[in-house]
Write a protein that binds this ligand. Structure first.
Ligand code: HEC
Length: 140
């Protein structure tokens, strides 16, 4: 009986440690997962979730058009596009978070001729994915 309890406790600690290690790996300045790794690592923090929603091709696929300039860019993720302005220094360029969110939700409001997909209006991304992308972009 006692032994079972000990094993259960050890497992709980291992799970906690495992969780801590996973989130620490993506918490500060470690490279973000590649688009392919994103599907496997299942990030829990909003910033990494946002990064993943931005780079996964079946989701935001922002890299098809934009370079995303962050020191955390994973080195084996190739092919940022350059048909749109690079996503760089977002925090200083978008002091108004709502404006940044609105650009992603429906870029055609600011520019009816834009090639950028209205991700929210066309429900390509969920509201939560857009919120997470905003959280991620405001770290760069
Ligand atoms: C099909 C190409 C395309 C895709 C995909 C795309 N964008 Fe854009 N984006 C553009 C273009 C072109 C502009 C330039 C402004 C315009 O057209 O109105 C732009 C502008 C922006 C801006 C304003 C940039 C600035 O410096 O003022 C932001 C922010 C932005 N995009 C974020 C995103 C995010 C986040 C994603 C992915 C969820 C994304 N874009 C996907 C084409 C794209």
């Amino acid at each position: 009986m006692r032994k079972t309890k000990k094993i259960a406790a050890a497992l709980a600690v291992a799970t906690l440690l495992g969780g801590a290690i996973t989130s620490a790996a993506y918490a500060e300045d470690a490279p973000f997962p590649t688009d392919k790794q994103c599907g496997k690592v299942k990030p829990t923090d909003a910033v990494t979730k946002g990064w993943c929603a931005a780079v996964i091709r079946s989701k935001g696929n922002c890299l098809a058009c934009h370079d995303i300039q962050t020191p955390r860019f994973p080195k084996d993720l190739v092919g940022p596009g350059n048909i749109a302005p690079p996503l760089v220094a977002m925090k200083s360029r978008f002091p108004d978070k709502a404006k940044l969110r609105a650009q992603i939700w429906d870029a055609t409001v600011a520019n009816p001729e834009t090639s950028m997909i209205p991700f929210g209006r066309h429900k390509v991304l969920t509201e939560e994915e857009i919120d997470n992308i905003v959280e991620f972009l405001l770290t760069i």
